[in-house]
Design a protein around this ligand. Sequence first.
Ligand SMILES: [Zn+2]
Length: 116
Amino acid sequence: MTVNGAEVTLTGNQLILLPTEEPQTIAATDKAGNSSTVTITVYDGHDWDEGIITTAPTAAIEGVRTHICNHCGDTRTEAVAKQSSDKYPATGDTGSTLPWFALLLVILVKIAIFLP
Ligand SMILES: [Zn+2]
């Protein structure tokens, strides 16, 4: 019996293959000279893809990112942090003060018109 062309000795009628991430061809030949081969690949664990968002996060709930193994198609999920709420502007934000000054100016002009 050979693995990738190299003769191997069975231990207790078992063949142990180490993870190589590469295809390994096992060839066996009987006493009559008939041979058979099988090629397998032994991976050392899963190979997860970058994943896709399967549940979008909101301000109230965490989202879910799902990864798929490139070898076996198994899936795993991980939490995606809740979205931060921008309901209230950060302290020092003056971007929304201009309309208030415009409204104040209009009121002052109206008051001035009705003054005697
Ligand atoms: Zn896998």
